[in-house]
Design a protein around this ligand. Sequence first.
Ligand SMILES: Cc1cc2nc3c(=O)[nH]c(=O)nc-3n(C[C@H](O)[C@H](O)[C@H](O)COP(=O)(O)OP(=O)(O)OC[C@H]3O[C@@H](n4cnc5c(N)ncnc54)[C@H](O)[C@@H]3O)c2cc1C
Length: 335
Amino acid sequence: MEYTTDIAVIGAGPVGLFTVFEAGMAGYNCVVIDSLEEIGGQLSALYPEKPIYDIPGHAKILAADLVKQLEDQAAPFKPTYLLGKAVDNFHKNDDGTFTLKSGENTVHARGICLAAGGGMFAPRKPPLDNIEQFEGQSVFYAVRGKERFKDETLVIAGGGDSAADWAVELAPLAKHVHVIHRRAQFRAAEETVQQLHHLAEHGNVTIHTPCQLKALTGTGKQLEKVTIADLEGQETTFDASKLLCFFGISPSLGPITGWGLDMNKKTVNVDPTTMKTNIDGVTAVGDIAEYGHKLHLILTGFAESALAIKTLQGYMDPDKKFKVVYSTSKGVPNS
Ligand SMILES: Cc1cc2nc3c(=O)[nH]c(=O)nc-3n(C[C@H](O)[C@H](O)[C@H](O)COP(=O)(O)OP(=O)(O)OC[C@H]3O[C@@H](n4cnc5c(N)ncnc54)[C@H](O)[C@@H]3O)c2cc1C
């Protein structure tokens, strides 16, 4: 499909979403592209159920709820979300506009806001041939809604904070929790590890260490059994209905590195007063934007979005004078 828009926002993390709002208030529409199947960036992919305490005006807000609020805030400006495909091609045209390719989609934009965070996310998966067969119904790489694990026989694989935190948190809901880790020691907060061992002694948790996942069996997308192996190769098979793997994620900037941007290892250098990159018409905001004293926090990114839109207006409509307009005076459509 072909899309024509004012601003193409690359990345639907919190900062990309707020950019849509800022663009809308300045009178610009946006197409937002993300390689993930859902919006929210790190908040959706890594910690949807964790509370965030440093969003101004929210004493405490779950990451997933913040994503929903940002989506609602952007909604009046009717952004087009193109999800599930990375931007793999970027071209600046002779007339100063841009053409992006994302899978089968082509996006024509007058300006670009790069909000690509730490890069495209892909969870590290255990090397099991048929794991994809069960994904979405029985195998997950993040927790989105604890209810999904209610009364299930759950296997949690991994030895870091996520594995230990979720084993402790889901144990009261699940029928049983098996924790598999390839080392005897967990790399998680001491207090959580103690809680985990307490649940293993007195509750519904079984710890299998040092062990690795060996095989999954089931019918269709429904997992039925998990086989694990210890370091000597001794195998054990037990009933299981859900598997959560926490082996980390491997973000990669992928194609962005070939677009001619002035980059460090994983970030793009910008002028912090304008969020301009070295390519005129391309701004960068949020975690991917780098400058001296940068704070990689959501609140920093929100202010950067406002600056980037001011810069893009200057690029797209150089004759239009930029005016700060209070939202209290202007309001937003349909509110
Ligand atoms: C466990 C954890 C807890 C945290 N807690 C806090 C906290 O309490 N407070 C706080 O302020 N910050 C916190 N952070 C940091 C915060 O999550 C980041 O600062 C924030 O997510 C950055 O937002 P972003 O929109 O810039 O990028 P991201 O959230 O990283 O989103 C970028 C998006 O761009 C997409 N993308 C990248 N490249 C492409 C491409 N080529 N094509 C298409 N899509 C692409 C990615 O898939 C991703 O969805 C935490 C981080 C972690 C990991």
